[in-house]
Design a binder for this molecule. Structure first.
Ligand code: FES
Ligand SMILES: [Fe+2]
Length: 427
């Protein structure tokens, strides 16, 4: 009989995922299992924006989980994705982050592939003067790059390793597709990239993305300068399975008195912080919905954001149980006037590794990872803000962390672990 690995014997004392074992964040065996069951499993992972590949021959490299992947537009304009690994001996094939090419040649022995990942040339395949070479029955067609399924919605490219994954439109579900319709209503262009490495488990970041409770407490800049406060109108909505989640906050819907009363006794508001140049906090309501925060997390590796006037995708790339990388792709609309483009570039300082708002998210993950190391056996986080039991799909306030529980429900289903009789239905 095969022994059950230790990580599958984690304790799940609450059927509604309101207790999460800390070992889920530190065990290298779980990191390995996640690669297979989640990132190479039956889900769609974000890979790129089509705007990064406008012309035939354009490509970007990415990572899905810890697997290197290339996304390339072929000479007919069709976008493909394949594992960035030479079919000969496994060398990383494409070594530049992005560019334009007619084909790809491996640096090691110069095997050459077309933009669809087909092997089209092997130097010395027939040997030299009758000596050496590949066996006569070696067929190029049998040695292409490993292909991924690819589908895009509104120019956002998703890939999957799983042949049996559900169609992308079903995976995204409403109202998440409506969110993408809104953000990608106009042609975009990429205006910059940032990447950062955070010494924490990637799930601590996904938890952060779907946790409104932290958003109203951790970020004093956001509260002090009115970008998002608990006392403003806001809420969230999830898909039917509670995998993805959109949150919004409506600018200017509270008064200074509301904020003072709501945040009384905390250090998040009324901090004494001042700005010499207020324009960085100056939200321009370019879409007309008043939402200075409008973002959507897509399980397992993406956040699409509109924060004030910054637009970006954030891609999560787990590196080990205790480290993940975050890749930020900033974009604007092609029809931005120069003044608006300048505002977007300036407000990039709100987010990213050193951003006035999101710097704290990386630090919170680091502190969590530090806090749970060592003697965490049979220790669990407590997730009860917003209620226990079933997970409501819609909230009209921000004082909640229920979506963290539905994240774990989906994680457990994919990993084949969890409470014996889970009860947290998404309702
Ligand atoms: S490893 Fe790529 S050509 Fe040999
Ligand atoms: Fe945050």
């Amino acid at each position: 009989m095969t022994a059950v690995p230790a990580w599958q014997r984690m304790s799940w004392p609450a059927a509604d995922f309101s207790r999460i074992p800390y070992s889920a964040f530190v065990d290298p065996a779980i990191h390995q299992a996640e690669q297979e069951r989640i990132f190479r499993g039956p889900v769609w992972c974000y890979a790129a924006l089509e705007a990064e590949l406008p012309e035939p021959g354009d490509y970007v490299v990415t990572e899905i989980g810890d697997t290197p992947v290339v996304v390339a537009r072929d000479l007919d304009g069709v976008v493909h994705a394949f594992v960035n690994r030479c079919a000969h001996r496994g060398t990383l094939l494409v070594r530049t982050p992005r560019g334009r090419a007619r084909d790809f040649t491996c640096v090691y022995h110069h095997w050459n592939y077309d933009l669809r990942g087909n092997l089209q040339g092997v130097p010395f395949r027939r040997g030299l003067e009758g000596k050496g070479g590949m066996p006569r029955d070696f067929a190029l067609a049998d040695h292409g790059l490993k292909r991924l399924k690819l589908a895009s919605y509104r120019g956002v490219v998703f890939v999957s390793f799983a042949a049996a994954v559900e169609p992308l439109l079903d995976f995204l579900d409403q109202p998440m597709r409506r969110f993408l319709d809104n953000i990608f209503a106009k042609p975009i262009e990429v205006i910059g990239y940032v990447r950062q490495r955070i010494p924490a488990n990637w799930k601590l970041y996904y938890e952060n993305l779907v946790d409104d409770y932290h958003g109203i407490m951790l970020h004093p800049f956001q509260a002090t300068f009115g970008i998002a406060r608990a006392t403003q109108e806001g809420g969230s909505i999830m898909d039917a399975q509670g995998r993805h989640r959109m949150v919004y906050v409506v600018h200017g819907t509270d008064s200074e008195d509301d904020a003072k009363a709501g945040y009384e006794g905390t250090t998040t508001y009324n901090t004494g912080l001042t700005l010499h140049d207020l324009s960085i906090a100056d939200f321009r309501d370019e879409i007309g919905d008043g939402r200075a925060i409008h973002m959507c997390a897509f399980f397992p590796n993406l956040l699409v954001q509109r924060l004030s006037n910054t637009l970006a995708t954030r891609q999560i790339r787990p590196r080990s149980a205790g480290v993940y990388d975050l890749y930020w792709t900033y974009f604007g609309y092609r029809d931005d006037d120069p003044a608006l483009r300048l505002v977007r570039l300036k407000q990039i300082n709100l987010v990213g590794p050193g951003g006035l708002v999101s710097m704290e998210d990386g630090e919170a993950g680091r502190l969590l990872q530090l806090g749970i190391k060592g003697d965490h056996k049979d220790a669990h986080s407590v997730i009860e803000m917003g209620g226990v039991g079933d997970v409501p799909k819609v909230a009209d306030h921000l004082v909640t962390e229920v979506s963290v529980r539905s994240f774990w429900k989906n994680w457990c289903e994919l990993m084949g672990v969890g409470p014996a009789t889970p009860t947290a239905r998404v309702v």
